[in-house]
Ligand binder design. Structure first.
Ligand code: B1H
Length: 835
């Protein structure tokens, strides 16, 4: 029976036993206490009485890590004997979130650790709060990589995640007078207990220089690269535990250091200062994550990062995992390199170089192998997001790779000529090397030519990818293109983040859903059960109370009590349309203060924003400023009577997401149709029982199809309607002129009402909206306002709303990243399903 969240132990004590390393006794509270105290004294060198919270956190993390490492070693040992085909996920970003809670969950140690800490007089929640999350990603793309490696470990699939160990992850956002100010993210400052450094396995990576031809021992003319400088790549390993299955996969992130030979030479020349500078130069490569989400910067250091990590990763896999005995003609029998967007695509010419220049393959042989070993995932449709590297930059940094790309391109274009004789326009369109505006390599084209498969990240996105971004390629190779809709891990985003809901679900249908999320379907009948709905509401209410505590402690923000919680959290980008959300709020506010709307008739609402702007994206930064300005004005205006509350906690990250999402009633997914490749926040909200207000974009399309129209607030133009309006010529001014409420809201912003009377502060936002409005916020405004009215009406009927919320949860099983991984295995990787 579903007696609410306080009933019995939901996750039975068989789990820790099931996950304990073979031959070790099951963990006990006493044993855990002993190990914890041992770690505290031997690793931190302090007594419990004298220890700081950081000491305690580190000792607890060490204790958990000890449980995992035995399984990790076993997993690797088994793999060395069975030699299964595995996945190497190549990603410049992993947005992992805090590790301690997840690792406690994966080992089944949550309850034991909590009790053990209690016996030591400690509150485990305080220790967990001490962890600084590794923010080694920008947003959805990086978080997706983290969800995927979690799912693969849980599904017992061999996988190595390869990436970069940035010394500074995504910046820490602060607000000064409502404006974003970036602070460095010093995630390593207090020590990271989860990483294993292996400087003894350093790999040397070359850059620059020239190429030369020579005649080898067999009299064959060959090419080789004579590089100019090099750095060392140091692997740092992280454990990726499966959920209660004893498997631990590896995430291997690379850190750059100066090579000894390099600075020794300079030391010997007597120039000490220059030698130290060389070191700094090398270390720069992994110093900082580029904070642009979706618009890559064509900076040389960024290309250095990309080549550095894929070159380290290929060498590591070929030389250390496979070893010198392995016949590389069979490479595809042991590995598939999945390219997470174009960021790692330089791996393609790198593998060709290894095979041809270093292993003596002839070109055709090498190309045949390479084509089978890569698959490419595209995450965008925005033209400015498609990565392109100027030929002169590539040639300076990686001359041999540029030459290899040219040859790949020549042979590819011959193939196109054969398929479409005389179609020179097509040749120019499809060339991997663009001629205009400057000669540059189109990385998405290179990935498409080299990849055995190309996939988009939601159905609509994959279709638009075929029809609009790569139409010539999908005509040439229709069978190459496929879709894998994104997913999110239910371990972190439901089981861990929403313990109350997890226990309620398990009390109704058992615990199997954690690894088989489709079983949430069994909740459907409970939507009709008043007692269950009441328990479900109690969980939401408690989650809101917890969120309030967090926001007060974190930022001194107080939300309205008993308000609907309306949340828009994602990177700040014009295509995501935070301004449309603002126009809704400003309209309500304007109608209230001008006496046309009685605040007593408005459903009290908390509007919560979370968003980082790329530091160089000025419009995005101004929008942040405007959100904060509207917030402080509206929150302070007594005429509103507190029915509209705006909160913008700074530094939205995975940790905050885990607090916000379980408390939300309404999920804002309001991008212009055809712009958001998938979205994954949308899935997390649905899974936690929020209803969505959204456009027919990205994965929203699939969410709506699954939950049904009656449980989703759809608004706005469809993608074909957007295209039609675009073609016809879009004029935002006509919407501004003809809609009184819209004009009122925009004029209020333009009047300086939110900027102490200064009309200039937000002038460029206003001008841009009424004259350009690239993402058509004004065109969708009326429809959005309508949908928000439907939200208000629906929310007033508490029982019906809860029913919808329960159905949203029940129908979210498809969005488990376990399902995404099964789709990748079936449609792309072909790794056998059992290991
Ligand atoms: C997504 C990016 C991205 N798409 C360039 N593209 C970057 C592009 O550092 N860079 O240069 C960083 C990130 N990120 C997101 O991927 C999409 O916008 C989302 O819609 C999607 O859900 C997510 C995961 O597929």
């Amino acid at each position: 029976q579903h007696a609410g969240p306080h009933v019995g132990p939901m996750f039975p004590p068989t789990h820790p036993v099931a996950n304990a390393p073979v031959g070790t006794p099951p963990p006990t509270v006493d044993g855990f206490v002993r190990e914890f105290l041992h770690e505290l004294t031997s690793n931190q060198g302090v007594s419990l009485e004298r220890s700081t919270v950081n000491d305690q956190y580190l000792a607890l993390a060490q204790t958990v890590r000890n449980y995992l490492s035995a399984r990790w070693i076993e997993t690797q040992k088994k793999q060395r004997t069975t030699r299964p085909k595995g996945v190497a996920y190549l990603s410049a970003e992993y947005l992992l979130g805090r590790q301690l809670g997840n690792n406690l969950l994966a080992t089944g140690l949550i309850d034991i650790a909590e009790e053990a800490m209690k016996q030591c007089g400690l509150d485990i929640a305080v220790l967990r709060a001490q962890e600084v999350e590794p923010g080694l990603g920008n947003g959805g793309l990086g978080r997706l990589a983290a969800c995927f490696v979690d799912s693969l470990a849980t599904m017992n699939v061999p996988c190595i995640g390869y990436g970069l160990r940035y010394e500074y992850g995504i910046f820490r956002q602060t607000f000064v007078d409502g404006q974003q100010v970036e602070q460095p993210d010093t995630w390593l400052a207090l020590g990271c207990p989860w990483e294993f450094a292996h400087p003894e396995h350093a790999i040397q990576i070359d850059f620059g220089g020239t190429i030369e031809t020579y005649v080898d021992a067999d009299g064959v003319e060959r090419t080789r690269w004579v590089p100019e400088w090099n750095v060392l790549g140091i692997p740092y390993n992280y454990m990726v535990p499966g959920y209660l299955n004893g498997r631990v996969n590896t995430l291997r992130l690379w850190s750059a250091e100066a090579t000894k030979a390099f600075d020794l030479a300079i030391f010997n020349s007597g120039d000490y200062a220059q030698a130290v500078r060389a070191q700094t130069f090398a270390e720069n490569i992994t110093k900082v994550l580029y904070p642009e989400d979706s618009t890559p910067q064509g900076k040389e250091l960024r290309l250095q990062q990309q080549y550095f990590f894929v070159a380290c990763s290929l060498r590591d896999y070929i030389e250390r995992v496979l070893g010198p005995e392995f016949d590389l003609h069979e490479l595809d029998s042991r590995i598939i390199f999945q390219l997470n967007d174009t960021h790692p695509v330089i791996a393609v010419p790198e593998l060709m170089r290894i095979l041809v220049d270093l292993k003596g393959f002839d070109w055709d042989e090498a190309w045949a192998v390479t084509k089978k070993c890569f698959a490419y995932t595209c995450h965008t449709l925005l033209p400015e997001a498609l990565e392109v590297w100027p030929v002169d930059l590539l040639g300076r940094l990686l001359p041999r790779h540029l030459e290899i790309i040219y040859r790949i391109n020549e042979e590819f274009l011959d193939e196109v000529r054969e398929a479409f004789p005389g179609d020179e326009m097509r040749i120019r369109r499809m060339s991997i090397v663009a001629e205009h505006p400057a000669r540059a390599v189109r990385m998405a084209y290179l990935a498409t030519v080299a990849g055995c498969k190309v996939n988009g990240v939601a159905e609509l996105h994959s279709q638009l990818l075929r029809d609009k971004v790569l139409p010539d390629f999908s005509q040439l190779w229709p069978e190459k293109f496929t879709n894998v809709t994104n997913g999110v891990t239910p371990r972190r985003f439901l089981r861990l983040a929403n313990r109350g809901l997890s226990e309620l679900i398990s009390s109704a249908i058992g615990t199997g859903w954690v690894t088989d999320l489709e079983r949430l379907r069994e909740l459907e009948p409970y939507a009709e059960d008043a007692e269950f709905r009441s328990a479900f509401r109690d969980v939401k209410t408690r989650n809101k109370a917890k969120l309030n505590e967090v926001l007060i402690a974190r930022d001194g923000i107080e939300l309205g009590q008993d308000h609907m919680l309306d949340v828009m959290v994602k990177r700040l980008h014009e295509y995501k349309r935070q301004t449309l959300k603002l126009l809704h709020i400003v309209t309500l506010y304007n109608e209230i203060i001008s006496g046309r709307l009685d605040p007593k008739t408005v459903t009290p609402r908390n509007f919560v924003f979370g968003a980082k702007a790329a530091p160089g994206y000025l419009m995005a930064k101004q929008i942040i400023h405007l959100i904060n300005a509207v917030g402080s004005t509206v929150n302070a205006d007594e005429r509103v009577g507190g029915v509209l509350k705006i909160a913008f906690p700074p530094n939205y990250n995975v940790t905050l997401a885990e607090k916000l999402i379980p408390a939300a009633d309404l999920s804002e997914q309001i991008s212009l149709a055809g712009m958001e490749a998938s979205g994954t926040g949308n899935m997390k909200f649905q899974m936690n029982g929020a209803l969505t207000i959204g456009t027919d974009d990205g994965a929203n399309v699939e969410i709506r199809r699954l939950v049904g129209d009656e449980n989703f607030f759809l608004f706005g133009m469809s993608e074909p309607e957007v295209a039609e309006l675009q073609a016809k010529g879009y004029d935002p001014g006509t919407y501004y002129e003809s809609d009184r409420r819209l004009r009122g809201a925009i004029d209020l912003i333009g009047s300086g009402h939110f900027s102490g009377g200064d009309r200039g502060t937000f002038g460029s936002i206003v001008t841009n909206l009424v004259t350009v409005d690239r993402f058509m916020a004004l065109a969708d405004y009326a429809s959005y306002m309508d949908a928000q009215e439907r939200v208000e009406k629906a929310y007033a009927d508490t029982e019906e709303w809860t029913r919808s919320a329960v159905l949203n949860v029940a129908r979210s099983g498809y969005f488990s990243s376990d399902r995404s991984m099964r789709d990748y295995i079936q449609r792309i990787w072909g790794t056998p399903p059992a290991f």
